[in-house]
Design a protein around this ligand. Structure first.
Ligand code: BTN
Length: 275
């Protein structure tokens, strides 16, 4: 490929563009990269195609999704040529602390985007990424058994340019990367940077455990010290002062009855507005 064609390929969402950006980022274990124009959901596609797993993990990116899935059964608005919808596998023989893996992914998002010069990023437990207090990215992890091994399918949605369609389902409101000067043409690069950062953090996580990443996660915690309530199935599970996380990634809430550790699941965290 000549230099001009290589540059053009880098701008479109493309397998060559992503692989070459990953090579630039010195990704150590290259995944198999699959790129599509449209899927129902990149997580769904990976789940349905686990037979393609080899010695290499799978990374699936699609330009649009017709049934994008969010956490807690919500939809994920997925217009074409705008945002990032990516899913990759983590195949493991160990049964890892899945809850803390989800925090590792959030941290990888914040670190990779910060390294692109973006300020104002923060994490909302367990793994929402906020930009100037509005939702920029979300993570959905699904666990599957395949040939006796545990496969985690990590789905990440990042708003890059939401002018084509607004997902109204976040109580926080939405942010996108076009507000900080990036565009849909940067998607290959962003995907590669996120994957590269994830690769470094997951290796630290597997060697040293989540405890080694806890303080770094807390430095980006959007709600630290704030008055919050934790909601599960529309019921308030507990309320009090958000006091960071423990070594397993559980959220710590200082309540009147002492400190409560909340496990990740389909719980949601809200700022408590005093009436
Ligand atoms: C959330 O609700 O915050 C999680 C959103 C996860 C969306 C991503 S987009 C790529 C992958 N495919 C899906 O269907 N969902 C995830």
């Amino acid at each position: 490929m000549d230099i001009k064609s290589a540059e053009e390929a880098k701008r479109r969402l493309s397998q060559v563009g992503i692989e070459s950006a990953m090579a630039d980022m010195a990704v150590k274990k290259m995944p198999q990269v699959f790129v599509f124009d449209e899927l129902s959901s990149s997580n769904q596609w990976v789940v349905e195609n686990l037979q393609l797993l080899s010695a290499h993990e799978m990374l699936c990116i699609t330009d649009s999704q017709t049934c994008g899935r969010g956490r807690a059964g919500r939809d994920w608005c997925s217009p074409a040529a705008s945002n990032i919808y990516m899913s990759f596998t983590i195949t493991t023989d160990r049964v890892p602390e899945i809850a803390s893996i989800s925090l590792v992914i959030g941290l990888a998002l914040v670190k990779s985007l910060s390294k692109m010069g973006i300020d104002g990023l923060a994490l909302k437990w367990p793994n929402d990424v906020l930009l100037d207090s509005k939702k920029l990215a979300g993570v959905l992890i699904e666990a599957k058994n395949y040939n006796g091994r545990l496969v985690l399918v990590v789905g990440i949605g990042i708003n890059v340019d939401m002018s084509a369609g607004i997902n109204l389902q976040s109580e926080l409101g939405w942010a996108d990367l076009s507000a900080v000067g990036l565009s849909a043409a940067d998607r290959n690069d962003i995907v590669a940077r996120v994957y590269s950062e994830y690769e470094q953090l997951i290796s630290q996580f597997l060697d040293k455990g989540f405890a080694s990443l806890r303080e770094e996660w807390e430095r980006h915690d959007a709600f630290m010290g704030k008055s919050v309530k934790v909601i599960e199935n529309n019921k308030v599970l507990c309320e009090g002062e958000e006091s960071g996380i423990d070594d397993r990634g559980c959220l710590l809430i200082k309540t009147d009855a002492g400190v409560k550790a909340v496990h990740s699941g389909d719980v949601s965290l809200r700022i408590k507005h005093e009436n």
